[in-house]
Design a protein around this ligand. Structure first.
Ligand code: ADP
Ligand code: MG
Length: 296
């Protein structure tokens, strides 16, 4: 490839808001045959909101206050959703000690000076509830209905007592469906990769026309799933925005970070979409294809 062609290509990318970090990245992008998308914040907007609260033992606002107290220590988009709801309802919060976050599962900590003294609280998905042997059967049916609506469910427990669940919904990006269709039209396989529940992921995937879903994966598993595709001979682009995506972004042949995402995701990527819009994914591939065609 001539340096001039590469320079023109990366320059054209920059004009479009597609930041291509190296000539090599531009050259490699035309070979991509598989695009793997993170769900939360990539296919969806990443601004989730609380939609349902199911609480059998505590008043709804008290449950929300319990969850919010823990989540104010977390940087997860789900935590933002909870905090927004807490603020909307003007609830105050408990102070927390021994906060701990388990990536891809949830958070734990001890609430101080509650009406019943100090209380250990666990908040997160089924994995973390299983880890602490908490039975969530009480709301299993309701949970499944929420999953099928594409909502993410977080369960709440105090010590070994299940307290209830909160459902959180994140809107699909306006462009997601057409972007995925466009990629398929130019011969690319599309896969969704997410730490979220399988049923939730499948509901979102259906909405945007993705048929291959890999769900309930940890950040390490996101990385190994990319590797698995590469071992099978695929040339893989990974598109993501989160801390949890960065090992996968690094491993992929081309890592594409959505602008505005976590710093480490932006650093791990070969291409950054300044527009924060995944509509630039097919554009980047087409730009690379056009550049390399001119070279040959
Ligand atoms: P994604 O791949 O969708 O960005 P993550 O790996 O960040 O997902 O998280 C996977 C799952 O772990 C979430 O869907 C949620 O169930 C749970 N989880 C992670 N962090 C938190 C948190 N702070 N509060 C509650 N649940 C959490
Ligand atoms: Mg994400």
């Amino acid at each position: 490839a001539t340096p001039t062609a590469i320079m023109v290509g990366t320059g054209r990318g920059a004009e479009l808001g597609i930041l291509i970090k190296s000539g090599e990245a531009l050259e490699k992008t035309c070979k991509v045959d598989t695009v793997v998308f993170d769900k939360t914040g990539t296919i969806t907007v990443g601004k989730p909101t609380v939609t349902n609260i199911l609480s059998n033992r505590l008043e709804e606002n008290v449950l929300l206050k319990v969850v919010g107290s823990l989540e104010q220590n977390s940087e997860h988009p789900l935590a933002d959703a909870v905090i927004r709801e807490v603020n909307l309802r003007k609830l105050d919060m408990f102070s927390v000690r021994s906060f701990n976050s388990i990536t891809g599962e949830g958070v734990t900590g001890t609430l101080e000076d509650t009406p019943v003294g100090d209380v250990e609280v666990i908040v997160g998905n089924k994995k973390i509830m299983d880890r602490y042997s908490i039975n969530i059967d009480e709301h299993i049916k309701e949970g499944e209905e929420l999953f099928d609506q594409g909502k993410t469910v977080i369960y709440i427990a105090a010590k070994d007592t299940y307290l209830g669940m909160i459902a959180i919904a994140d809107k699909v990006r306006e462009s997601s469906k057409s972007v995925i269709e466009e990629l398929k039209n130019i011969g690319i396989d599309v896969i969704m990769l997410t730490g979220d529940n399988e049923r939730t992921a499948k509901a979102i995937a259906k909405e945007v026309g993705v048929t291959r879903v890999i769900a309930e994966v940890s950040p390490e598993q996101k990385y190994s799933q990319i590797k698995k595709l590469q071992i099978a001979g695929k040339k893989v682009a990974m598109v993501g925005d989160g801390i949890n995506d960065s090992p996968a972004l690094t491993q992929a042949d081309i890592g594409i970070a959505v602008g505005g995402g976590a710093d480490i995701a932006l650093e791990s990527a070969d291409i950054v979409l300044m527009s924060k819009n995944i509509k630039d994914v097919p554009k980047a591939i087409e730009l690379s294809r056009a550049t390399m065609k001119n070279i040959k």
